[in-house]
Design a protein around this ligand. Structure first.
Ligand code: 13P
Length: 248
């Protein structure tokens, strides 16, 4: 089943008010294609991004699992929603590494996001040493078992496969490796979610650029892309959006 593609940009800890000018070109491109497009800027830029982006969905890069409380520096899913966000990335490998987030925490965040009316993008992916040891599939399947909310479905849940060693490195897995992993993720989602697993989009992330987007997005069960560095400018992001739209 071909799912509607989603190309989401993760600005990470990059961007400022001036960078929001990039949203003009991105929103215009998004409005002219028949796929979903979104940008996830830093928290402080969400509200101004929503004000500037028109119909382009804006998302957060993390949320807390609790609705409110004594959690200095954290943001709840409801707060993101109130700021105008419609989606949120949870369990990015940088947060799993830097903030020591566990699968159980990621699942709780995803459940909180969905309860607050947001689409949760749950990230999974193996490290280079795990792949070298032949454990990539087992690692990702374990992350899915622990991180996927059991009530998730296509309208509320997206999975992003991001091999850690491909993030920000310019390196990407082979098409065969992407195909193998995405097929395995689809099977696992169906095990966890039953029939609903067929409707959950599986994004590929890790050094997606204009020159490799069409190849990666053509792989079966690659239902879109989660783009880091190349989402910071319309000049690099729009060609990726157009590549995804051309594949449909
Ligand atoms: P890059 O596209 O910069 O490799 O980042 C990928 C990523 O981590 C998106 O969440």
């Amino acid at each position: 089943m071909a799912l509607r593609k989603l190309v989401a940009g993760n600005w990470k800890m990059n961007g400022n008010r001036a960078a929001l000018d990039e949203l003009d070109g991105i929103a215009a491109a998004a409005a002219s294609v028949d796929i979903d497009v979104a940008i996830c800027p830093p928290f402080t830029l969400i509200a101004p991004a929503v004000a500037k982006a028109g119909a382009l969905p804006i998302g957060g890069q993390d949320c807390h699992a609790s609705a409110k409380g004594a959690h200095t520096g954290c943001i709840s899913a409801a707060m993101l929603n109130e700021a105008g966000a419609t989606l949120v990335i949870v369990g990015h490998s940088e947060r799993r590494a830097d903030q020591h987030e566990t699968d159980a925490e990621v699942r709780a965040k995803a459940e909180a996001a969905i309860a607050a009316g947001l689409i949760a993008i749950v990230c999974v992916g193996e490290t280079e040493s795990e792949r070298d040891a032949g454990r990539a599939l087992a690692v990702v399947e374990g992350q899915l078992d622990g991180s996927i909310p059991p009530a998730g479905e296509g309208k509320t849940l997206v999975v992003a496969y991001e091999p850690v060693w491909a993030i920000g490195t310019g390196r990407t897995p082979s098409v065969a490796d992407v195909a193998e992993m995405h097929a395995a993720i689809r099977v696992r989602l169906t095990t966890i979610l039953g029939e609903r697993g067929a409707g959950v989009r599986i994004l590929y992330g890790g050094s997606v650029k204009p020159d490799n987007a069409a190849e990666l997005l053509s792989v079966p069960d690659v239902d879109g892309a989660l783009v880091g560095g190349a989402s910071l400018t319309a000049a690099l992001f729009v060609p990726i959006v157009e590549a995804a739209a051309a594949i449909g």
